[in-house]
Design a binder for this molecule. Sequence first.
Ligand code: ATP
Ligand code: MG
Length: 462
Amino acid sequence: MNQSAPPGSLSDAPEATGPRRYGPREHGITPELISQDALNVVRTLRGAGFESYLVGGCVRDLLLGHPPKDFDVSTSAHPGEVHALFRRSRIVGRRFQIVHVRSGREIIEVSTFRGHHSPGFDSDPETGEGADGDEDTVERSSQESAVCATSGMLLRDNVFGSVEEDALRRDFTVNGLYYDPDANVVLDFSTGVEDLGSKLLRVVGDPAQRFQEDPVRMIRAIRFAAKLDFVIDPFAVAAIARCRQLIEGVAAARMFDEILKLLLAGKGEKTFALLEHHRIFELLFPATADAIRRAPLQRNLVTGALRNSDDRIANYKPVTPAFLFAALLWPPMVRRMSLLEARGEPPIAALHDAAADVIGAQVRLITIPRRFATPMREIWELQHRLESRRSPMRLAAHPRFRAAYDFLLLREQAGEDLAGAGEWWTRQQAGEEPAIPRAPDAAPARRRRRRRSRGGAGGDGG
Ligand code: ATP
Ligand code: MG
């Protein structure tokens, strides 16, 4: 346990007496919420003589009465031993190996108890899967405070430990609970159950030290605070203020995974507010933070897109990272574009160059895979075509039309004056606009551009 832990941290937890055990009357877990497949995994491991439990977010959610979104298992069995027990399993991860056991459509993540020096719980920066780390996750940290020195952070691979040690490697007390389905008890090696009751997100151990080990934990703190509606422990808040800049050193590929979990999990708008409050947003999207400081209207676009995604998720509709990234990077993109236009670049060229500049700078911090970057650019490129209202049929057939139209509406909702283009397109789709649109009041500069005649007006007619 950490010697320098602040008052109220884990140093208050009972150490010598082992974990607190909560029986069914105290934990109140609804057995129907537990996945049979996950239970089978735990029982198969136990049957083979290994220790094993359900662990992490699923136990936390079960205690809160929420259906868990997936199930993790923690065991004394080593990855090779786990793999040998399950036919449909594979070992993943480069630094700390874990096993994915497939059961029906579910994948149960089985990790071996981690020892004191095992690497952070980061996902593979190349494959995006598994709980292994990236060597340069913390090494590239550009800034450090006195409390957040970057020394001593290189961690060894596959250092296995006991369940107690595993509990100490977890990020937050509420994420460090273990469920034993045979005894129907929850094991708490710290203050997880208590903290769940008081809706408190408390770091296991000394917050600054844990954030220094793995800066992504600061982002996770924001994620869980928003998702669970918990308050972040004041010691952790103070440590975030001191250590937040270490986030700049996290590998860009890992950041992408984290950003999706952060912003596309149904609580995006609230998460954004917390990110701004803790001054983390400006580290993740510096150009956006700068652009919305200068043009506050643009902030509405970001919050609007997040609210939109939250609503869609609440209604079980799909959301795409491309749309969200298009909104997040639109403010710096338009700023850059007007700068280039002011220097004499024609609008289309300015848009392409601005997009390249903004994306180029952003991907140094957060990878944007091509499968999202391409549609994102298309959403941007379609904006002026939607504003000009030309070739509606051809435009409506564009694979990115729907997203671009939604984006147009979002811009209007954010307060941009697009001379009624959004409403025009809404009517157009309902068949209420003439086939060949009259020259609109909008975008007078663009009306002058060459008109494509291939296929004739009839081909485009509504
Ligand atoms: P969610 O329900 O949103 O998936 P979760 O708590 O299950 O939340 P995961 O990212 O799936 O979050 O991680 C599973 C568990 O692994 C966590 O509950 C936590 O115990 C541990 N963990 C994950 N990432 C870290 C980390 N960076 N540092 C320490 N522990 C971590
Ligand atoms: Mg999980």
